[in-house]
Design a protein around this ligand. Structure first.
Ligand code: PKZ
Length: 201
């Protein structure tokens, strides 16, 4: 059975994360005007201090996500609560794997007008983790091999797909790809190792 994510998360938190994401992009693209930049920095520092005054102990923010159970909405790839996360959207998971959308921005630029390969790998790593968990084999990535076939564009929605392939004892094999407008730009194959204890969120 396919389950739609996200789960329940306070709108204030997702809105704040979205605004900070916008802020990061604005910072990266801001013209070099030293007084203006210093003034902005001072105003941002004020907001940071007001949030810091209400600091929680752990970054983990568990919400009911899907068949895997309670997961952290602050996950740095998928989590809508984390401004660092692109994040993932339109997530669909089932026993065969997961599909999702992701839109990178100029913040993620590596090669000119293309997404940094580390970010592509992060999304693929996350996707294989999601896929094997959805297939009933929650595991951590031990090995991830990424092939970059073409530059991955930012500013457009990309499709992410990952599938559980097979299990051999504690080793779980999975594959994933990321595509733009039907063209696969990167593929990954992964070996994950089953968790022996409780699955962290
Ligand atoms: C609103 C909603 C929001 C929702 C929000 C969603 C959040 C949803 C999160 C879910 C999705 C997260 C997905 C994140 C994906 C990561 O980011 S995972 C994090 C990165 N990975 C790590 O940190 C792992 C670090 N490595 C380790 O901890 C340990 O090496 C491992 C992987 C646990 C394995 O250690 P171990 O348990 O001691 O196992 P070990 O006996 O060494 O090996 C077991 C088997 O694996 C094999 N193996 C081990 N390493 C390798 C290797 N590198 N290559 C090949 N084989 C290997 C061994 O040869 C052995 O094989 P067999 O002898 O059984 O045939």
């Amino acid at each position: 059975m396919t389950t739609e994510v996200p789960g329940k998360l306070s709108p204030g938190r997702t809105t704040l994360a979205a605004r900070v994401r916008d802020l990061i992009e604005a910072v990266v693209l801001a013209e070099d005007d030293p007084p203006g930049l210093l003034d902005a920095a001072a105003r941002i520092e004020e907001v940071t201090e007001s949030l810091r005054a209400r600091r929680r102990e752990s970054p983990r923010l568990l919400v009911q996500a899907d068949t895997v159970g309670r997961l952290s909405a602050n996950n740095p790839v998928e989590g809508p609560g984390n401004p660092l996360a692109p994040p993932l959207s339109r997530i669909r998971v089932d026993v065969d794997g997961m599909r999702a959308e992701v839109t990178f921005t100029a913040v993620h630029e590596g090669p000119p007008e293309r997404v940094h390969g580390g970010w592509v790998a992060a999304v693929l790593d996350h996707a294989v983790g999601r896929a094997v968990a959805a297939a009933g084999h929650p595991a951590m990535t031990a090995s991830l091999t990424v092939d970059y076939h073409e530059g991955t564009p930012y500013g457009v929605p990309l499709e992410v797909e990952a599938r559980f392939a097979r299990r051999d004892g504690r080793k779980v094999y999975a594959i994933a790809n990321i595509s733009s407008g039907g063209t696969i730009t990167a593929t990954a194959s992964a070996i994950l190792v089953l968790f022996t204890g409780p699955v962290p969120g």
